[in-house]
Write a new protein. Structure first.
Lengths: 214, 194
């Protein structure tokens, strides 16, 4: 065997895949050729170095980071944003399940259900999720949503009250809409999910209805 | 009968992110190791991003896991590819300093050698680490998969979507570069060896 042939066998030797005859020839060559001997030693050291590499500990920040990202993704899917061809319109109906119904102020409630109003959606984007938020009263729900809208640089452009409840028209930078949706639904980790369509618009607007249910 | 893993996968497919967390806790160390090795010359923050990206990919794709391979293999494949994509995406960005005090995923287990032996070992490790970090990422990926994680040439080809011949030649070249790193410093290492 010469040095070139040794080189050809080297990788298979590292992988422990030589036949007995090949090992014999291989060993005979490295016994008499110093440079190949040196190379074989180096190969074994490399192999040892690599096989001993220990799995590093995962830093707490990394552990927390992906879990948070997954939870957010789960919520984001749940709250699906909808785009129409021309303008991106997201309609959320927040239904307030009321224990009792009052007219003056929003009633005391034990939950808000969030569901898509599919009437205004493009045909191919229908679907979505429902969630429940635990809030104590309709007023609290309203002020919590108002705060949340402001926090995500949104503007409440309309505020109407009808027999179904109170409807807010909100516009918001598109970049913030996902996080807003996530924040809105953050109290319900168990909701079902769907895919989020993308939009090219910079601002999304949507209606948020706090409706009164019996 | 379903294994615990199968149950957790089913729940995760239905959108249960808590089940997903439990499921993936068993894999995160391996995944983080892959990320750290792939981002070796960069930093821990990048490895953390890589892990997060890989986890999100697994989360979004879990409904498509068909059980043809072991779940761990499927996860490994996604992790390696997430890191490679991220590295390609960041190509234009400058790498951070190579000398880091943090564990970069290439640290050998502590052996109970004497202090002199240890010094040589750590010098060798340093040289090898640097050589590994200087490898192009496609070489770093294959040598990690082969010589650390023990995948076959065929499996590596499958994970990376390249042919076996390419895998073999990349591994061969990567090993050659690492041998060079040892031999280049041979005098340095050998002076104190008996
Ligand atoms: Zn020779």
């Amino acid at each position: 065997m010469n040095c070139e042939q040794m080189q050809e066998l080297l990788d298979r030797a590292i992988d422990q895949e030589l036949t007995e005859a090949e090992w014999k020839a291989f060993n005979a060559h490295i016994a008499e050729c110093p440079s190949c001997h040196e190379e074989w030693e180096a190969a074994q050291e490399v192999r040892a170095f690599l096989s001993q590499a220990e799995l590093p500990e995962v830093p707490q920040a990394a552990k927390d980071g992906w879990r948070l990202a997954v939870r957010r993704d789960a919520r984001r899917k749940m709250m699906t944003r909808i785009t129409a061809a021309a303008a991106a319109v997201l309609v959320l109906t927040v239904g307030v399940t009321a224990a009792t119904r009052k007219t003056e102020s929003m009633p005391a409630i034990h939950g808000i259900s969030v569901e898509m109003d599919s009437a205004d959606l493009a045909p191919n984007t229908a679907m979505v999720a429902s969630a429940r938020m635990s809030v104590v009263s309709g007023e609290e729900a309203y002020s919590a949503i108002e705060d949340l809208v402001a926090e995500y640089d949104g503007v409440i452009e309309g505020d109407t009250v009808d027999t179904y409840g109170r409807t807010l028209t909100v516009s918001m930078p598109k970049a913030n809409a996902d996080d807003f949706s996530a924040a809105l639904s953050s109290v319900d980790p168990e909701a079902s999910i769907g895919e989020i369509p993308e939009t090219d618009e910079e601002t999304v607007s949507f209606a948020l209805t706090l409706s009164i249910a019996e | 009968m379903q294994t615990n893993e199968e149950k957790l996968i089913k729940r995760a497919v239905r959108g249960d992110s808590s089940a997903f967390s439990v499921l993936m806790a068993a894999h995160e160390r391996q995944m983080y190791g892959v990320c750290l090795r792939m981002f070796g010359e960069r930093n821990v923050a990048d490895a953390q991003d890589g892990l997060q990206e890989a986890m999100i990919r697994v989360w979004r794709a879990i409904g498509r896991f068909e059980g043809k391979s072991a779940f761990s293999t499927w996860v490994y494949r996604i992790t390696v590819n997430a890191c490679l994509d991220e590295l390609r995406r960041r190509k234009s960005r400058p790498a951070t300093s190579m000398d880091q005090l943090v564990d970069d995923g290439w640290t050998p287990k502590d052996t109970s050698a004497g202090p002199e032996q240890k010094a040589i070992q750590s010098e060798k490790s340093r040289a090898l680490k640097q050589a590994v970090n200087e490898l192009p990422e496609d070489m770093r990926a294959v040598i990690m998969m082969r010589d650390i994680d023990g995948y076959s040439y065929e499996e590596i080809a499958d994970v990376l979507g390249i042919n076996v011949g390419t895998v073999k030649s990349r591994i061969s070249r990567a090993r050659g570069k690492l041998r060079q790193a040892i031999m280049k410093n041979r005098e340095l290492f050998d002076t104190d060896l008996v």
